[in-house]
Design a protein around this ligand. Sequence first.
Ligand SMILES: *Cc1c(COP(=O)(O)O)cnc(C)c1O
Length: 406
Amino acid sequence: MSEEGLEQKYVQQAFDTNWVVPLGPNVDGFEQDLKDFVGQDREVVALSSGTAAVHLALLQCGVGPGDEVLVQSFTFCASSHPVKYLGAIPVFVDSEPDTWNMDPSLLESAILDRIRRTGKTPKAIVVVALYGMPYKVDEIKAVADKFGIPLIEDVAEGLGSRYHGRVLGTFGKFGVLSFNGNKMITTSGGGALVCEDREAWKETMMYATQYRESYPYYQHEKIGYNYRMSNICAGIGRGQMSVLEHHIAHHRMLAAYYDQAFRAVDGISYHKGPDFASEGSNYWLSTITLDPLLKVKGQEKAYSRMVSGAVGGAAGVVHSNTQLRSDCEPNTNVEALRCALDESGIESRPVWKPMHKQPVYAGAPSYLNGLSEEIFRRGLCLPSGPMVSLEDAARIVDTIKSVLDI
Ligand SMILES: *Cc1c(COP(=O)(O)O)cnc(C)c1O
């Protein structure tokens, strides 16, 4: 059956059996599929988004008002925003150059410094598999264990990525998955929380369904949330699980192609990662970095036109921007390349702007080594999904070469 066929079958079943609600056979089936996929006897709760999964993980690590949480700065905002939802304080930690994920030694000095300054140990660590690339699991876990701080793996971008063969999201106390439209698989929107044991699974279920106690009426002893995935979305998820391995293989094939192709291009580096990471990465997005000295046609005009609209659509609603530049932005050659690709109908994007440089986090404690800012200035994400064929990738590389001023 075709990919859409399976999805439609499960969604149709939901209607036929009158399970158009946030529970039901598709939710159970999708959770079972995910559980089988991640292995390690982990439990899985399907939720309305990956952001909700981060929120519920933090909550169960006991994060509350005034507490501190160590978060990888180089990430999408959903890794850190839920810290603020809980009235807690994100403490940002910079990345190491190999995988672009949290730097273990910087993490350790950050923890020591927080304890020295506040007298309290941070409540949790949120580490990310940026663009699907596995982080330095052993090193990060060693630091977390040394201080007894629970580890939350935000592998929203790393579904199916592995570390020495074991699926990411099964190493920490919690693992966060996302099935948003742009991720490895989609349920239109959705996420899941991978839990260590049955106890954590139960608490996650309670929190995701308004924390209802067993009475013949609604009895609430804690504040809960309406975070459960709907049976319709889960039907799409069940269909998508059948193509997950295929998607991963496709992303990895594109990564191998880009890696090879850019070896021949001076001034552009493909972010392949060290062996342990490239063996296991799902390469959700393929990324390149541009040498600041590389000249791209039209770069003197970069940032001269106002951008309308936010990256990723954001429902088409944005504030009108009054400034062309910010104090931390991609280099002009990167912006010129993005514009040139755009003119050829190829969508590329800057890498995530580090959270410690986001205006909303001005003043948040941060432990930095310059890496994430440097990669933000030089980096660009290339089309990497299952809709991109090898011929498309060849055209993308050719288009990039054609606008280099050499
Ligand atoms: C996409 C993403 C999330 C959250 O996912 P949603 O399902 O969109 O809420 C969390 N963390 C990272 C790093 C992500 O890229």
